[in-house]
Design a protein around this ligand. Structure first.
Ligand code: HEM
Length: 468
C-alpha cells in the first residue's frame, strides 16, 4: 500500500483514485519503434522530461521492448530490495549487450551463483576497517597531482574533468592492483571513452547491428575493447610472473582457491573482474570530483566555508585517516554534489515475472529503470531540489533524509561494493586539493550533462586553478 509519501502533485498515476489503479502514462510515441528516437537523441534529457510531465511511473517502448521508468524511493525499494528476485540484472552472458560487451562477466554484470561467490570473495578488500590502510596511497596520488600543478603554467585553463580522471585512475590502480598505468593513458583513455559510449548506445538501441557485422562503430568498438583487455591482461600477467604478493584485490583474484572446485579463478574471470573494478572504480569517482569543482566554482559562499574548515582542521598538512571525522563540511559538500549529479544515474533491471508494485502492474519481460537522478531531484522529497546546499548532509538534516531518497550507490544486495572507498577517497582528495587551490570555470565554457554509462560533463570542464 502507498502511504502519504507518494507524490501526488505533478504525478499522474495514483492507485488510490478509482479507475486509475493500473494506469501508467506513456509519452506520445513515434510509430513502430516507439521512443527510440528520443532515447537515441538524449536519453538523459528524455527521462527528466518524462518524469516532470508524466510522474513517478512512466512506460515507454524501444521497438518491442517495454520499459518502465521509476522515479520514487518507494519504487526503488520494491525493485532493489523487497522484490529483488523479480527484478534481476539485465545481462545475459550468452547474448551480451550494453555494458556486458565491455565488462564480460565481472561483478557488475554477473548474476546468481557466480555473482554471489565473487562478491563474497572480493567484499573483504572493501570493508571499512581495512580501507584506512589505503589512505597513504590515495594521498600519494594527490601529492603527485599537486606537484604537477605546481610545476605547470597555471594561468592556462585545464580540463579538470581529464585531470580528475587521471587522478582517480592512479588511485584505483595503486589501491587495487599496486601498480601505475599513467604512461599508457594516451592509448587507453580514448578507448575507454569509446567503449562506454558504444555500450550506452547498444543497451538501448534495438536497431544496433550485432557485433559480427563489420560496421565502422563495431570495428572501432572491437579495437578499443582489445586495447583495454591488453592493458588489464598485462597487469595481471606481470603480477603472476613476478611471483610477488601485495595483499591487494589482484592477489585475491589470482590466488583465492574455490572451496568446492579446489581451483583458482580462470584467466578470463580475473580479467573481467579486474576490468570491472578498473572502470567502475575510477570513472565514477572522477565524475563526482569534477562536478564538485564545478559546483564550488558556482557557489563562492560554500567554497569559502569549505576553505575555512580545511584551514582550521588541516592547517596546510596532508589529510590523514584521523582527519576524516573532522572534515564534516568537506564530506557534506561531496555528498550533496553526488545528490545533484549522481555519477551512476540509472539502475536497470529486467522484470522476471508479472508483478505489482504499489498497486501498479508491471509485465514480465519489461525493463525497469530506477532513475537515481530523478529521485535526487524530486520536488516532493527535497526542498529546493536543484540548489546546491551541503547543509542537507549535516547533523539532524542528514539523519532525517528519507529512506532511499538518497541512493547514489544503489541499494540492496547489488549496492556498490566500492561505496565507502569512493566516499573516503573523494573526501580526502577534495580536502587535499581545495586546501591548496581555488578553481574557477572559464567564462563561457559550456557545461552540459552527458550520460555515457556515467554522468559526465559533455565538454569537459575548462577551469583555472589559483594557488591559495
Ligand atoms: C562516486 C563513486 C561511485 C558511484 C556513484 C558508484 C555507483 C554505483 C552504483 C549505483 C552501483 C549499483 C549498480 C546497480 O545496482 O545496478 C554500483 C555498483 C558497483 N560499483 Fe560503484 N560507484 C562508485 C565507486 C565505485 C568504486 C570506487 C568501485 C571499486 C573500487 C566500484 C565498484 C562497483 C562494483 C564492482 C559494483 C557492482 C556491485 C555488485 O553488483 O555486486 N564503484 N556502483
Amino acid at each position: 500500500m502507498l502511504d502519504k509519501q507518494i507524490s501526488t502533485s505533478h504525478k499522474i498515476p495514483d492507485p488510490r483514485i478509482p479507475g486509475q489503479a493500473s494506469f501508467i502514462p506513456e509519452p506520445e510515441k513515434g510509430g513502430l519503434l516507439g521512443h527510440v528516437r528520443e532515447v537515441k537523441q538524449d536519453f538523459h534529457g528524455a527521462m527528466i522530461r518524462w518524469h516532470e510531465q508524466y510522474g513517478d511511473l512512466v512506460k515507454f517502448r524501444l521497438g518491442r521492448q517495454r520499459v518502465y521508468l521509476l522515479s520514487h524511493p518507494q519504487f526503488a525499494e520494491e525493485v532493489l530490495i523487497n522484490q529483488q528476485d523479480v527484478f534481476s540484472k539485465v545481462y545475459n552472458p550468452d547474448k551480451p549487450r550494453g555494458l556486458s560487451l565491455v565488462l564480460g562477466n565481472g561483478l557488475i554484470t554477473s548474476q546468481r551463483a557466480l555473482w554471489k561467490k565473487q562478491r563474497r570473495l572480493m567484499q573483504p578488500i572493501f570493508y571499512r576497517s581495512g580501507l584506512k590502510d589505503l589512505v597513504p596511497k590515495i594521498t600519494a596520488a594527490g601529492t603527485k597531482l599537486i606537484e604537477e600543478w605546481q610545476q605547470s603554467d597555471l594561468s592556462k585553463p585545464m580540463d579538470i574533468s581529464a585531470q580528475m580522471t587521471r587522478l582517480t585512475l592512479e588511485v584505483i590502480t595503486q589501491t587495487m592492483f599496486s601498480t601505475c598505468v599513467q604512461s599508457e593513458v594516451p592509448q587507453f583513455a580514448p578507448a575507454l571513452k569509446n567503449v562506454l559510449a558504444f555500450a550506452q548506445n547498444n543497451a538501448f538501441n534495438p536497431l544496433a547491428p550485432p557485433l559480427f557485422i563489420p560496421t565502422r562503430a563495431n570495428r572501432e568498438f572491437k579495437k578499443s575493447k582489445a586495447i583495454l583487455d591488453n592493458l588489464i591482461s598485462g597487469i595481471v600477467n606481470k603480477r603472476k610472473h613476478s611471483g610477488k604478493r601485495y595483499q591487494d584485490l589482484l592477489d585475491v583474484l589470482l590466488y583465492t582457491v574455490d572451496e568446492s572446485s579446489g581451483q583458482t579463478m580462470s584467466q578470463q574471470q580475473i580479467v573481467d573482474e579486474a576490468l570491472t573494478i578498473f572502470c567502475a572504480g575510477h570513472e565514477t569517482t572522477a565524475n563526482a570530483l569534477s562536478w564538485t569543482w564545478y559546483l564550488l566554482s558556482q557557489n563562492p559562499a560554500i567554497c569559502q566555508k569549505l576553505h575555512s574548515e580545511l584551514d582550521s582542521v588541516l592547517d596546510g598538512r596532508i589529510p590523514n585517516v584521523n582527519d576524516l571525522a573532522s572534515l564534516v563540511y568537506t564530506r557534506a559538500v561531496l555528498e550533496e554534489s553526488i545528490r545533484l549529479y549522481p555519477p551512476a544515474i540509472v539502475l536497470i533491471r529486467k522484470v522476471m515475472k508479472d508483478t505489482e508494485i504499489n498497486g501498479y502492474k508491471l509485465l514480465k519481460g519489461a525493463l525497469a529503470i530506477v532513475n537515481i537522478r530523478n529521485i535526487h531531484h524530486h520536488s516532493d522529497i527535497w526542498h529546493k531540489p536543484d540548489s546546491f546546499n551541503p547543509e542537507r548532509f549535516l547533523g539532524d538534516n542528514k539523519d532525517n533524509i528519507q529512506r532511499l531518497s538518497y541512493l547514489p550507490f544503489g541499494a540492496g544486495p547489488r549496492v556498490c561494493i566500492g561505496n565507502h572507498l569512493a566516499l573516503m577517497e573523494g573526501q580526502l582528495l577534495l580536502a587535499y586539493i581545495a586546501q591548496h587551490y581555488a578553481l574557477s570555470l572559464v567564462k563561457g565554457h559550456p557545461v552540459k550533462e552527458e550520460l555515457a554509462v556515467t554522468l559526465r560533463p559533455k565538454y569537459g570542464l575548462s577551469m583555472v586553478c589559483k594557488a591559495r
